[in-house]
Design a protein around this ligand. Structure first.
Ligand SMILES: Nc1ncnc2c1ncn2[C@@H]1O[C@H](COP(=O)(O)OP(=O)(O)OP(=O)(O)O)[C@@H](O)[C@H]1O
Ligand SMILES: [Mg+2]
Length: 237
């Protein structure tokens, strides 16, 4: 399988001089198409820094990001934004829904912000995704009338609207109870299997990471481990 996303010797230094922080140190790995992977590490280890760089929200101070065979570092701001909108879906710890807008308006908001007129196709896609998320019938409810778990599912739905190649999630269940946490992971799995969407999920919860197929561990800005869960039965009984 070809790599959809490559981190190539990524470096990130915040600030200058004595007060600078080296948040990433020579981080390299590739994510294959259709993979369901997680990034684990303690608070301050550099997980969000890494995810934001991979998601083209931030620019590294060294190294390259290659997304869909394109060297992103070579692109200008506009091209980068276009690639981000086309290829990447984000899910954050806090859902960032607009409370005064309906569920379907929240789902189509990114398209509207990018200046596109919302048409029949968008409405059909909204309905399909809401069905997939078990939110059928909630399209016209205001976001502030939903439960925490429902809101997070809408945020996942919003990330799926542009049919992204990869979903980058930063502590997507950090704000949910254990039942909703499991629900969100089950949903991610279904999306991964049904739509072939690649996942890279940041978490500090090892139990959650172990539900994924591959665990990348970041410690103090360095990639220190890259383990694949193979689910093979024990050999020879
Ligand atoms: N904008 C910034 N300016 C300066 N330093 C920053 C900035 N963002 C992050 N850092 C520093 O970079 C390091 C990595 O931070 P990062 O947010 O990536 O950690 P994290 O692994 O996501 O932690 P958490 O689990 O708490 O979210 C930390 O030392 C942090 O203080
Ligand atoms: Mg973080």
């Amino acid at each position: 399988m070809p790599d959809v996303l490559v981190a190539d010797q990524l470096e990130m230094v915040y600030g200058e001089g004595d007060t600078s922080t080296r948040a990433l140190k020579d981080v390299s790995f590739g994510v294959n198409s259709g993979e369901f992977a997680s990034i684990i590490g303690q608070s301050g280890s550099g997980k969000s820094t890494l995810l934001n760089i991979l998601g083209l929200l931030d620019t590294p101070t060294g190294g390259r990001v290659i997304l869909d065979d394109q060297d992103v570092t070579a692109l200008d701001r506009t091209e980068r934004a276009r690639l981000r909108n086309r290829a990447i879906g984000f899910v954050f710890q806090f859902h960032h829904l607009l409370p005064e807008f309906t569920v379907s308006e929240n789902m189509t908001m990114p398209a509207q912000i990018s200046g596109r007129r919302i048409g029949e196709e968008d409405r059909e896609r909204t309905t399909r995704i809401l069905d997939l998320l078990g939110l059928e019938g909630l399209a016209n409810k205001n976001a502030n009338e939903l439960s925490g778990g429902q809101k997070q599912r809408v945020a996942i739905g919003r990330a799926l609207m542009n049919q992204p190649t990869i979903i980058l999630a930063d502590e997507p269940t950090g704000n949910l109870d254990s039942a909703n946490t499991e629900g969100v992971y089950r949903l991610f799995r279904e999306i991964n299997q049904d739509l072939g969407t690649t996942f890279l999920i940041v978490t500090h919860d090892r139990g959650v990471a172990e539900m994924t197929d591959r665990v990348l561990e970041v410690r103090d800005g360095e990639l220190v481990q890259d383990l694949r869960n193979t689910y093979l039965p024990p050999a020879g009984g």
